[in-house]
Design a protein around this ligand. Structure first.
Ligand SMILES: Cc1cc2nc3c(=O)[nH]c(=O)nc-3n(C[C@H](O)[C@H](O)[C@H](O)COP(=O)(O)OP(=O)(O)OC[C@H]3O[C@@H](n4cnc5c(N)ncnc54)[C@H](O)[C@@H]3O)c2cc1C
Ligand code: SF4
Length: 548
């Protein structure tokens, strides 16, 4: 049987275009702090910093690649409210942008036709938390940041870090208005440089700039980061869902790690999705198609009957946990927060409150370093930003991740062995089985080549990829240059593999060749993990999520 080793076909990280030793342009904007990415992590950082520095008139910029805040954010989501309460001590839970309170929950093991209710594992308890759309959370946090004087630049993807010696001095944005061949068209707008004393990388899962900075500064981790791909839909439904639901088992094969979620979003909407670890073994596994198949199970079909698909989207999740955390998350002129670091607890599928809390710690460390600094210019020295790591290490963020440190990693041996090991870990607070379980990077896991399962969407309950992308609101200009870097030796089998990896139908096999329909991309980053590299493209491209 033939196999594909994804890493063999992957292009190297284009470090020479991501780390630039160029002097900032003469028109560069000068900021005290620049934050890359307006997700929960970046916005919580901006809000906390603006509040701390209100008498110091700090210049804070947040750059976001989506055209409007929230359009590139996707989550489940059930939210642990503790970071909201800490960031807004004067507000009540009822003031936060949540859709509802979690009063009941159920976990099921699915077979093709049955749903067996199982006891809720301790790591999956959600009572007392809130359901929400992260797009709405981000829009709300953006308004709070703006009220505090933060400069929000939506539609400005960051293309590269500007460096001087070992220090990060700022960023350069992506140009817009290029024609397909890369030449400036009539609407061309050149890149903008923004200098800052600290640049905060809050650019989320599979952070491109974080990968580049870590490779450049040789910042390692005990295990490589690993990822899952989540494909999600929001439906208008005829009857309210009264509980939070998680499932394990069908339609996933036993050698793939993952599960589904179905959450109520108020009385008339439901969010549902399937999350699958990208270390699966079958080259033809297709997460989008598995989600479509999953909806035909009575548990979902009955819930969605008579309803309408409102929105569709996809995104990766960092799943490596404690052992994949970078050995440091700060350097000269730089900090990393949120998913860019990998602050996600996989057993509970939670990242939003860790992202926000890490953003707040970053703000506190930056503010203290700015106040203590002897000079008023230049990048802040790494040593002055080191307290950020200490705050994170002593907090519930690292504590939670340490407790579940081997739980996801146990599943590299398959669902059943993993389930037993995970049970032992819960019972012993993470101590048994002891030691670190080694994990290869997802791209180093070989894939078995084989025929895909046949799937024909009915366009009522199940949908093909092109209809799904339409439901993401993606309206990227057709004549945009490709932002995806295809590696070497991409023959027919590998082309097929990419076709299945990408939930948005970007890759197509035509004869034995790979065709890349780059405008379809929804920035989920799955192929950056397993295949063609993702790079930023002109501002405002990609999905326009409202409800994700
Ligand atoms: C399917 C799924 C279900 C989940 N369910 C839950 C849940 O129920 N509860 C929970 O707590 N967590 C959940 N999570 C995890 C949670 O969503 C994340 O941990 C959280 O959103 C991370 O926040 P962040 O700010 O670090 O990153 P993000 O929310 O991803 O924000 C990063 C921002 O940076 C922007 N950006 C990226 N690159 C650039 C660039 N080069 N230039 C400018 N901007 C850039 C992006 O557009 C984005 O707006 C889930 C995740 C997924 C994918
Ligand atoms: S091409 Fe875009 S949408 Fe497809 S997997 Fe890669 S990042 Fe995701």
């Amino acid at each position: 049987m033939s196999e594909i080793l994804p890493i063999r076909h992957q292009a190297p990280l284009p470090l020479d275009r991501l780390i630039l030793a160029d002097a900032p342009s003469a028109e560069a904007l000068e900021m005290d702090v620049t934050i890359v990415g307006a997700g929960p992590a970046g916005l919580a950082c901006a809000i906390e910093l603006a509040r701390l520095g209100k008498d110091d008139q700090l210049n804070i910029a947040v750059l976001e690649k989506a055209e409007s805040l929230g359009e590139h954010n996707l989550s489940g989501a059930v939210v642990n409210p503790r970071a909201f309460r800490e960031l807004f001590p004067d507000l009540e839970d009822a003031n936060f942008p949540f859709r509802g309170h979690v009063d009941a929950e159920s976990v099921y093991f699915l077979t093709g036709s049955r749903a067996l209710r199982i006891p809720t594992p301790p790591t999956m308890h959600n009572r007392g938390y809130f359901t929400a759309s992260v797009c709405e959370i981000v829009r709300w946090l953006g308004e709070r940041a703006e009220e505090l004087g933060v400069n929000l630049f939506a539609g400005f993807p960051v293309d590269a870090l500007l460096v001087e010696g070992d220090a990060v001095r700022g960023i350069r944005t992506t140009p817009s208005g290029l024609d397909r061949d890369g030449t400036p068209g009539t609407s061309y707008a050149p890149p903008t440089d923004v200098t800052a004393r600290v640049t905060v990388l809050a650019d989320g899962t599979r952070s491109l700039l974080g990968q580049a900075w870590r490779e450049w500064r040789a910042v390692g981790s005990a295990n490589p980061q690993i990822f899952a791909l989540g494909v999600k839909e929001v439906w208008e439904v005829t009857e309210p869902l009264d509980r939070v639901i998680h499932t394990l088992g069908w339609p996933l094969p036993a050698d793939a790690f993952g599960g589904s979620f179905m959450y109520p979003l108020g009385p008339s909407q439901v969010a549902l999705g399937l999350v699958v670890g990208l270390d699966y073994h079958r080259a033809a596994l297709d997460v989008h198609e598995l989600l479509q198949r999953m909806k035909t199970h009575p548990l979902f079909r009955e819930r969605l009957a008579g309803g309408t698909l409102l929105e569709w989207g996809a995104k990766t999740i960092p799943e490596g946990g404690y052992y994949a955390l970078p050995e440091r998350r700060y350097g000269d002129g730089l900090l990393m927060v949120g998913d860019a670091v990998g602050f996600v607890d996989v057993p509970s599928l939670k990242g939003i409150h860790y992202a926000m809390q890490s953003g707040m710690y970053a703000a506190r460390a930056i503010y203290a370093a700015l106040k203590a600094g002897e000079s008023a210019t230049g990048a802040l020295a790494a040593a002055s930003l080191a307290p950020y790591d200490r705050m994170v290490d002593e907090s519930f963020i690292v504590d939670d991740l340490r407790r579940t440190r081997n739980m996801r990693l146990a599943f590299r041996d398959g669902l059943y062995v993993g389930g037993i090991k995970a049970g032992l870990m819960v019972a012993t607070g993470g101590r048994v089985p002891g030691g670190r379980i080694d994990m290869p990077a997802d791209a180093e896991v070989p894939r078995r080549v084989g025929a895909p399962d046949s799937f024909t969407p009915d366009n009522t309950l199940t949908f093909g990829k092109l209809d799904a992308v339409f439901k993401s609101g993606n309206a990227t200009r057709d004549t945009i240059p490709s932002h995806l870097i295809v590696g070497r030796d991409v023959e027919a089998d590998v082309a097929d593999f990419y076709t299945h990896v990408c939930p948005a139908g970007v890759y197509e096999r035509v004869g034995d060749e790979l065709r890349v329909n780059a405008p379809n991309c929804v920035d989920c980053k799955a192929t950056d993990v397993l295949g063609p590299r993702w790079t930023p493209r002109e501002g405002g491209s990609g999905p326009k999520y409202r409800l994700m």
